[in-house]
Write a protein that binds this ligand. Structure first.
Ligand SMILES: [Fe+2]
Length: 297
């Protein structure tokens, strides 16, 4: 691969890109610091994914744009104009090295891909209203906040987002009677509910999800002590993003009003998460989740 860089449109600043992740923002800790009021402290990041460069917005206030379209994530192609707040750079490379995969993101600067994820999220929200109590928006938000806290790379963040949106799609296959049942479930009903992560994976088959995303979907009810489902995996045998997702969904459930329990305060949730460290949750990730919960408004 040739050399890659971001060049400011006035030609005055050139920033080479290499294998290390580059955070762009106004903060002093940013790898590429832009001291401009339109730029958030951690605005976006660019990281190498195989032979490509992926850009990911980090929840910035003014958004990150590629060739004028606002994106949350996208691959960069030579000549792309990357706009961070009001500051514009051009992505350049030497020679004609291949720089982006042939996906819809190519043609749309990530817009179509983003649109599909948003569409899936809306379907998921509609499904929960009809069938099953959950809280997609909050799970996704907490999962992304936790990813930021753990400094996950752009590929993991993208996989985690897909998994957070789609993990309970399999619940749509559950009979409504079972989901709305007031009394205790029979062993058969319980076993069927515990198949929902498997059904969710089936629902996203052939959609091109990265395996990290499907592994996280399948493993989102596993427990650190091996008493979860569907595979009863324990500790590091549970895929990492599944352990991350488990914490995000547990925190989201406690921070929401549920039919059987009013929502808990942030300190109560933190206490519960700490209580579950080493039994339900990966004890190494719990402190980051506690920090995220404390920062929720
Ligand atoms: Fe689930």
């Amino acid at each position: 691969m040739g050399g890659f860089r971001l060049v400011s449109t006035d030609g005055k600043r050139t920033h080479p890109l290499d294998d290390s992740m580059m955070v762009i923002g106004r903060s002093k800790e940013a790898d590429l610091r832009i001291d401009h009021p339109s730029v958030s402290s951690r605005h976006c990041q660019i990281s190498r994914v195989n032979q490509y460069f992926a850009l990911h917005d980090l929840g910035s206030k003014n958004g990150t744009r590629i060739n004028g379209s606002r994106v949350s994530q996208a691959y960069l192609s030579p000549g792309d104009l990357v706009q961070v707040g009001e500051i514009v750079f051009r992505f350049e490379c030497d020679g004609d090295a291949k720089t982006s995969p042939l996906t819809l993101a190519d043609a749309s600067g990530g817009k179509v891909e983003d649109g599909l994820i948003i569409a899936m999220e809306r379907v998921s929200v509609a499904a929960e209203a009809a069938h099953y109590y959950r809280h997609t928006d909050l799970v996704v938000k907490l999962a992304l906040d936790l990813a930021k806290e753990l400094a996950l790379d752009a590929a993991d963040v993208a996989a985690l987002r897909l998994a957070a949106v789609m993990m309970d799609t399999g619940m749509l296959r559950m009979p409504g009677d079972t989901l709305k049942k007031k009394g205790p479930l029979t062993a058969e009903e319980k076993a069927e509910i515990e198949r929902h992560p498997v059904y969710s994976v089936e629902a996203v088959a052939d959609l091109g999800f990265p395996k990290e995303a499907t592994n996280a979907i399948r493993g989102h009810h596993e427990r650190w002590d091996g008493k979860g489902y569907p595979d009863k995996l324990a500790k590091e045998k549970i895929p990492f993003l599944a352990r991350v997702l488990t914490l995000a969904q547990a925190a989201a459930a406690m921070l929401s009003n549920r039919p059987y329990k009013a929502k808990s305060s942030a300190p109560e949730v933190a206490k519960e998460l700490e209580r579950g460290a080493g039994t339900q949750f990966d004890p190494k990730i719990v402190p980051a989740m506690v920090k995220v919960v404390a920062s929720q408004k």
